[in-house]
Design a protein. Sequence first.
Length: 180
Amino acid sequence: MSMKKISVTELRLVKTDLELEAPESISDLWDAARLFEQAFDMSNQAQELFCAIFMDELSHIVGIEKIVTGCAKEFTSSNHELFKRCLLHNATRMILCHNHVTRDAHPSFEDLELTWNIIQAGIPLGISVEEHLVISERKFFPIISAFVWGKYSPEEDPNGEGLKEIYKRIESLPSSPIDN
């Protein structure tokens, strides 16, 4: 039998020195938007950030992280990183957020596709995406809530065929101020 050397690795979460006063759980979308603003100053970034609040099965917050900085194309290629971090937190739920530097909180069609892809990837893992907020200029737009308002279920559309129709329906919906 031949032998070879392999590396033994250990994966750890590294905490920063930043500590926030945060609720034990998220009670509404404004709580989530305020927490993202407090943690990452989403409205004042020069680049897009993609972040997540991770929660356990009782919706208690177990972590909040910046996943990637850059453009939406980088977000789509970082699904594995998002789910890895979710699993490291022993989370079963998450709220996603990214900012728009264009000063418009309305989601693009690519934002809808990204949300759909993440929801689909989470289904076999038993991880639910509770919401995906787009923040800009202290306003936010909840993509998954807009899916519900538009009577669209990503779970029931495994090929994403209804995304274009739902995009037409939600593009005129208003964004909400973070400080309600």
